[in-house]
Design a protein around this ligand. Structure first.
Ligand SMILES: NC(=O)c1ccc[n+]([C@@H]2O[C@H](COP(=O)([O-])OP(=O)(O)OC[C@H]3O[C@@H](n4cnc5c(N)ncnc54)[C@H](O)[C@@H]3O)[C@@H](O)[C@H]2O)c1
Length: 384
């Protein structure tokens, strides 16, 4: 039985606990920790757990006889707590964003290696039927060579969202909408297409006056053989998120749709209904994932601990998404294209470099310790 400790008893912790509870024959949530220990205790009561509440992380790590921990803390604590837990020989799954800098990511990866423990980064949207099926269709060559893709990472949050104490500062959250929300879509981008060679970006803040960081941004990623445009927004009512993949033979979108053209002798399009139907048939054949979202990723983490599956998303993969985000920030601030990878000598490799380099769009004035509700949404489901 894998004994799990949850660190941070806020909004996302409940999602982790619900996920682990689905795999009761493999694991038990044995400890929950929060500086507001009453939040840890109330989650234990609400979820009917046989677990102990802790106010202090080190005490939980020392006393809890835990095998693994879920880090559900504000971003600036991810690296230090992960390293502390790995040093204590616990496997770690850490919420997105992996850390506040590439330097922190590298320390986390080194700690996992040194202590021979797993380091897993949450990106639950990798486990979505539409994404999995579209990836298979693309990898099987039905679209032809992919030449262009676009990502609409569109979200909406009210201004008070940034009143929570750790949100909306470079120091605590290490970024705005690219870091907090588009981290999901940038991970999907690297999953589908790998890492780009170059990025050119713009960021701004148009409607969140209690945040230092960006609430909107645009990036163009250049690959050897394709280009990707990426929109990141926190001001989009309806959150109509979408991915479009344009191949030489056909285009697919998520939410799922297909279009295919042949070329007339003059270059104008003629619908290729046969290929469209073939892609639709393949999509249906592939069927649905048995599990989606957090539960699917948590199961992979548990099976990897048991040595029965490879870890799908490790520290190196999580690091790549942080690299994409920080290359976007560098390009936006320096108003020029930026080549990847970012080297350790780059000011944007460290958190200090990032914090010093980034503009303050607004001054964070209001700050609350906790909201009156912990109800959150995880973005529009592709299936909706
Ligand atoms: N994967 C997703 O879709 C998703 C969705 C929401 C949040 N998240 C991520 O989850 C993390 C937490 O977000 P949240 O919305 O749950 O935040 P939250 O503020 O609701 O919860 C964080 C909790 O950590 C506690 N805490 C802070 N410092 C602590 C310390 N030193 N020791 C013990 N407890 C401490 C706080 O009291 C709070 O209860 C963030 O990294 C966020 O980006 C991911």
């Amino acid at each position: 039985m894998i004994r799990i400790g949850i660190v941070g008893a806020g909004a996302i912790a409940a999602v982790h606990i619900d996920g682990f509870l689905q795999f009761g024959s493999m694991c038990e949530v044995a400890a929950v920790c929060d500086t507001y220990v009453e939040k840890a205790q109330s989650l234990i009561t609400e979820k009917n757990l046989n677990a102990k509440a802790y106010a202090d992380i080190q005490t939980m790590l020392t006393e809890g006889a835990l095998d693994a921990i879920s880090i559900c803390l504000p971003p600036n604590l991810h690296a230090s707590v992960a390293i502390q837990a790995l040093a204590g020989k616990k496997h770690v799954i850490v919420e997105k964003p992996m850390a506040s800098s590439l330097e922190e990511c590298d320390h986390m990866i080194a700690a996992a290696k040194e202590n021979n423990r797993l380091l897993c980064v949450v990106s639950q949207n990798r486990w979505k039927t539409q994404l999995a099926n579209v990836k298979r269709i693309m990898d099987e060559g039905l679209l032809g060579k992919v030449v262009h893709a676009s990502f609409d990472s569109l979200w909406w949050r009210g201004g008070v969202y940034y009143d929570l104490w750790w949100r909306g500062t470079w120091e605590q959250e290490a970024g705005g909408v690219f870091t907090s929300h588009s981290v999901h879509y940038l991970d999907l981008m690297q999953m589908l297409f790998g890492m780009p060679k170059r990025v050119q970006a713009f960021i701004g803040n148009v409607n969140h006056t209690n945040s230092e960081c960006e609430d909107i941004g645009f990036a163009v990623f250049t690959y050897e053989d394709k280009v990707i445009n990426f929109t990141s927004s926190l001001v989009s009512h309806g959150e109509k998120q979408a991915i479009v993949i344009n191949g030489e033979k056909a285009s697919v979108t998520i939410p799922f749709s297909v279009s295919a053209y042949n070329s007339l002798p003059n270059g104008f399009p003629e619908p290729n209904k046969e290929l469209e139907q073939q892609i639709h048939r393949r999509y249906e054949e592939l069927g649905n994932l048995a599990l989606e979202g957090h539960p699917a990723q948590l199961l992979n983490f548990l099976l990897a601990i048991e040595g029965k599956e490879a870890l799908a998303l490790d520290g190196n993969t999580g690091r790549q998404t942080i690299e994409l985000i920080h290359a976007v920030y560098k390009s936006a601030v320096q108003q020029r294209p930026v080549d990847l990878p970012l080297e350790p000598s780059d000011p944007f490799y460290t958190k200090e470099g990032l914090v010093q380099s980034m503009p303050r769009f607004h001054t964070k004035g209001r700050s609350v310790e906790n909201f009156s509700t912990s109800k959150i949404s995880l973005g529009r489901d592709f299936n909706a």
